[in-house]
Design a protein around this ligand. Structure first.
Ligand code: GLV
Ligand code: MN
Ligand code: MN
Length: 406
């Protein structure tokens, strides 16, 4: 087994649950994954640094004094019942790429750093890409550390705890300059497989907005309150959800997902008094995301008027579509072409740390195919051959990008 495949298999043992993987930010499993990354980096004597939220950087020095680092990375956390490749592949490939540079005795101008960003998925704490958002200044330390999980634990507390917190003995990072950013990731969709191509160069990452909706109704006895007098929070939420889904279908080229729903008190003989659900809207065009948001707001106004409930919508985060840097994309295409391999341009429906890094530096991404286009599920898989080819492409792209970025 090649090193990239072997390391992914090792990581897949950490946080394995009955159905897939569960490595939420600042949990024992996620910390253990960071520890494993650190131990691999130490074996090769790359210098490690760690920032306040736990992002980890393994550095291979460059030849030019004072040159800003070229960052290459992805994330180690997973969604609940997720797969073994989303994020983990990009982190492992970044480290393996540094080692490939060593093995081929390639000297780069810039320091090259393999990065493991924390909390990309936004599952435990309600901010996706919290690690890269903190690093790039999109979210300041006070806001990031005050994020609270569903048990009322703040990110600051979780990062101070022994079982899920920061790693000991790793120097604090003081470098925030970046020459450029590269990320390799599984596609998580069907395009590459359908086209029979093993490599994709990402054109842009779709725009996305996430919301929390709280519908307050009136709890009551399931047998005694007449239908006409009810303020049923769940029936109102159901209407909002289906109205928003219908709007997304008619607007087109957008997707909407209601991935969490909490019913209170959640008893078979009590009318639901309160429902909290999530909404995730994405599209290559911001105007379409906006139109779906408007439909959600209209649906809230409608149920508030008709159903004796109060529905409130809180926008948690959002960003417009993020184009990848044309010069970096070209350099990546040149590097892949020089290997005699074929790559096609692909959009990214999923979000990535690259969309945050693009705020402060030129950023580009490479995709490898997902078998059956499946991701965020235990069945998520990419062939060992494609994972190895992706690593070769990433290493070549690093060498090419190193030549022209400042
Ligand atoms: C991350 O995987 C996302 O796209 O939500
Ligand atoms: Mn990911
Ligand atoms: Mn993901």
């Amino acid at each position: 087994m090649s090193k990239v495949n072997e390391r992914l298999a090792n990581l897949a043992q950490i946080g394995r649950v009955e159905q897939g993987m569960d490595r939420a930010l600042a949990t024992p499993a996620e910390r253990e994954a960071r520890l494993l990354f650190a131990s691999w980096a130490r074996e090769r004597r790359y210098s490690l640094t760690q920032d306040r939220v736990g992002n980890l950087f393994a550095r291979r020095n460059g030849a030019r004094d004072g040159a800003r680092p070229l960052l290459v990375g992805s994330h180690l956390d997973t969604v609940k019942n997720g797969g073994a490749y989303d994020g983990a592949y990009g982190v492992v490939a970044a480290l393996c790429a540094l080692e490939a540079l060593d093995e081929h005795k390639i000297e780069t101008e810039h320091p090259i750093e393999a990065v493991a960003w924390v909390g990309e998925e936004g599952g435990r704490f309600p901010l996706a890409c919290v690690g890269s958002a903190f690093f790039t200044g999109a979210c300041d330390a006070a806001r990031a550390l005050a994020l609270t999980d569903s048990d009322g634990v703040t990110l600051e507390q979780a990062l101070a705890s022994a079982d899920g917190g920061l790693l000991e003995g790793i120097p604090a990072r003081d470098e925030s300059r970046v020459a450029a950013y590269l990320e390799i990731h599984i596609e998580q969709g069907p395009i590459l497989e359908r086209e029979g191509v093993s490599l994709g160069i990402v054109t842009a990452i779709n725009g996305q907005r996430r919301y929390r909706v709280i519908v307050n109704g009136t709890p009551g006895h399931a047998g005694t309150v007449p239908m006409a007098r009810r303020g049923d929070a769940l029936c109102a939420a159901a209407e909002m959800i289906l109205a928003t889904e219908r709007a997304a279908l008619s607007i087109g080229e957008c997707v909407v997902t209601f991935g969490t729903l909490v019913v209170e008190p959640n008893a078979p003989n009590v009318i639901p008094g309160r429902v909290t659900f999530s909404v995730d809207i994405r599209s290559p065009e911001d105007a379409r995301v906006e139109a779906v948001e408007n439909a959600l707001r209209e649906a809230a106004g409608d149920v508030n008027g008709r159903r004796r409930v109060a529905a409130a919508i809180e926008r948690l985060q959002g960003h417009a579509p993020v184009p990848m840097d044309p010069k970096l994309r070209n350099a990546t295409a040149r590097a892949i072409g020089a290997l005699g391999e074929r790559a096609i341009d692909v959009p990214s429906g999923a979000g990535h740390d690259a969309m945050l890094l693009a705020r402060i530096a030129p950023a580009a991404m490479i995709f490898v195919p997902s078998i059956g286009g499946r991701s965020h599920v235990p069945e998520e898989e990419t062939s060992p051959r494609d994972l190895e080819l992706g690593l070769t492409a990433l290493t070549a792209a690093i060498v090419e990008v190193d030549k022209f970025v400042i």
